[in-house]
Design a protein around this ligand. Structure first.
Ligand code: NDP
Ligand code: OXD
Length: 306
């Protein structure tokens, strides 16, 4: 079995070693133009030339959860597209989002400012009932995040394309459910995949429906958010702030107004990182299953876009 490794911005050696140990009968090589046909590929942002030269691939394993960048390319017609299916990401996402929501709810930014000025000053406790949190996207990551937030006894709402039942979460779905979902929430967490249906979904109209003093946590993709609309809603006071991990242009350009905005907390696309060992174990397990003719989880529906 031949496996091609074609991952931009990724140190290949540890992946080749790990995959080699997990699949001792496979030949695993970093792809070079003109390489022999492979059966499977492990990819992240591969060049179009790779895909054009490998029309016989059986499956492409994306070493991330989001496949929006991969689906923009012309893919081999018969190849299954497989995303990382948690592989240690959901717990990272749950801790990142819980931290962001609690930091805002408990006003830790204010206490930090007080500390710098040597000021001992209490803030009045806020009521959780006044901070309903909405999670957009109830997939592998969103469901875990929604349930983590419910442990802290925030009222939690969730929104997905199709109906879902999740303990501790009030669920909504589809275009009709979106309106009730948004107007029920003060804090909004975005964990949608980027598809033609969800691009620009965080805009003046949708964010404007949140309860006054709303707060946004965007950990999915930068192109979900209309940046000028966020700035306008922060400046008008309708939104109290936002934590942003993803941006339309990454790295965020030095002149971007987000860097210096006092109501924003930014991180560099790091809320849930790909963990190499977990990912290798998952991909190797799926290759073994495919070779044995068994079904696997994490298959992407190319038409739906996630
Ligand atoms: P999943 O594919 O498991 O879940 C997607 C969820 O979004 C599903 O609940 C789906 O609904 C819902 N959804 C999709 N389209 C729509 C729509 N048009 N309207 C309403 N709901 C919709 O994705 P994951 O949870 O694994 O990941 C989500 C995203 O997080 C990734 O696509 C990626 O962009 C981002 N991500 C960011 C990372 C970071 O470090 N910042 C790391 C990893 C991922 P349904 O269940 O009905 O199908
Ligand atoms: C992912 C990401 O999609 O890192 O996995 O954003």
């Amino acid at each position: 079995m031949q496996i091609a490794f074609c991952c931009t911005d990724t140190k290949a050696e540890p992946w080749l070693q790990g995959l080699g140990q997990a699949l001792p009968r496979a030949t695993i090589e970093v792809w070079q133009p003109g390489a022999a046909p492979a059966d499977y590929a492990v990819v992240w942002a591969p060049p179009q030339q790779f895909l054009d030269e490998q029309p016989g691939l059986r499956a492409l394993f994306n070493i991330g959860a989001g496949v929006d960048a991969l689906l923009k390319l012309r893919l081999p017609a018969g190849a299954q597209v497989v995303r990382l299916d948690d592989a240690g990401m959901s717990v990272q996402m749950a801790e990142y989002v819980s931290h962001a929501v609690i930091r805002h709810f408990r006003e830790f930014d204010g206490y930090e400012a007080d500390m710098r000025e040597g000021r001992w000053s209490f803030r009045k406790p806020r009521s959780r009932a006044d901070f309903p949190v909405g999670v957009m996207g109830l997939g592998v990551l969103g469901a875990r995040v929604a349930q983590a937030l419910s442990v802290f006894e925030f009222p939690v709402h969730g929104w997905s394309r199709t109906p879902k039942v999740l303990e501790g979460v009030r669920t909504h779905h589809g275009d009709v459910g979106l309106q009730t979902f948004l107007s029920s929430c003060r804090v909004l967490v975005n964990l949608l995949p980027l598809t033609p249906d969800t691009r620009d979904i965080l805009n003046r109209e949708t964010l404007g429906r949140l309860l006054p003093g709303g707060y946004l946590v965007n950990v999915a993709r930068g192109a979900h958010l209309v940046e000028e609309d966020l700035l306008a809603l922060l400046d008008s006071g309708h939104l109290a702030g936002a934590t942003l991990d993803v941006f339309r242009t990454e790295p965020l350009p030095p002149e971007h107004p987000f860097w210096r905005h006092p109501k924003l907390t930014l991180t560099p696309h790091t809320s849930a990182r790909t963990l190499r060992d977990e990912s290798i174990a998952q991909i190797a397990g799926k290759i073994r299953a495919l070779e044995a003719g068994q079904p696997i989880a994490g298959l992407v529906d190319r038409v739906r876009g996630y």
